[in-house]
Design a protein around this ligand. Structure first.
Ligand code: COA
Length: 180
């Protein structure tokens, strides 16, 4: 199965909204703690993803997708930290792969591309948070991310149970230009 990773511009992001909404709904329905609660259908993600597409247009977010046989099956974002004293930092957000496409290596491809693109854009320090004890936590560790700590009861799973969160960071190189 041919796979490809694409970085979307605003137009492509708007065109991808139906697929991104489907992936988000599948992940939430599968129990992932990614910001939303049950019940959650595809249409419930439309406002969120439209906001992401606008963020891409404003130069605030890099949006990547993973395609399998030409169909979008996964996604990840890097949000550029907005404050003037953090020009070198980005936040990795919403690593999501549809359940029908899991285990194909898409998350690894997405993360490697996100890290590379962030570094190319001068974002040398990346930060993310993820539900403690879930599959993604081990993926980030194997990709060389450093564990900063765990915040108990940080968020909720879609069914309402509390969820601890692990915070990770990674230096991905790039053009950090701090003045001393
Ligand atoms: C986490 C997630 C993105 C992984 O996507 P994926 O494309 O299936 O993962 P990959 O196929 O790239 O696998 C990456 C690694 O995880 C391992 N893995 C994948 N699914 C696994 C599972 N259910 N149990 C144990 N290991 C698993 C793979 O063996 C692989 O190991 P490696 O690092 O040694 O190569 C996907 O499960 C998902 O979308 N989950 C719901 C949303 C979520 O939790 N996102 C994280 C938000 S921070």
């Amino acid at each position: 199965m041919p796979t490809a990773i694409r970085l979307l511009d605003e137009t492509a992001a708007h065109a991808a909204l139906p697929a991104l909404c489907d992936i988000m709904a599948d992940c939430v329905q599968g129990g992932a703690s990614v910001g939303f609660m049950l019940p959650f259908e595809s249409r419930d993600g439309e406002a969120f993803w439209a906001g992401v597409a606008r963020g891409v247009g404003a130069g605030e977010i890099m949006l990547l997708v993973a395609e399998v046989d030409g169909r979008i099956e996964g996604t990840v974002q890097v949000g550029f930290a907005p404050m003037p004293n953090q020009p070198h930092r980005g936040d990795v957000k919403k690593l999501l792969v549809h359940r029908r496409a899991r285990g194909l290596g898409l998350s690894r491809l997405l993360m490697e591309a996100a890290e590379r693109k962030a570094a190319e854009n001068g974002r040398s320090l990346l930060v993310l948070d993820t539900a403690t004890g879930e599959v993604a936590e081990g993926i980030y560790e194997r990709l060389g991310w450093q564990r900063a700590g765990v915040v108990p009861d940080y968020a909720l799973f879609p069914d309402g149970r509390y969820c601890a969160t692990t915070i990770f960071y990674k230096n991905v190189g790039g053009a950090a230009t701090a003045k001393s």
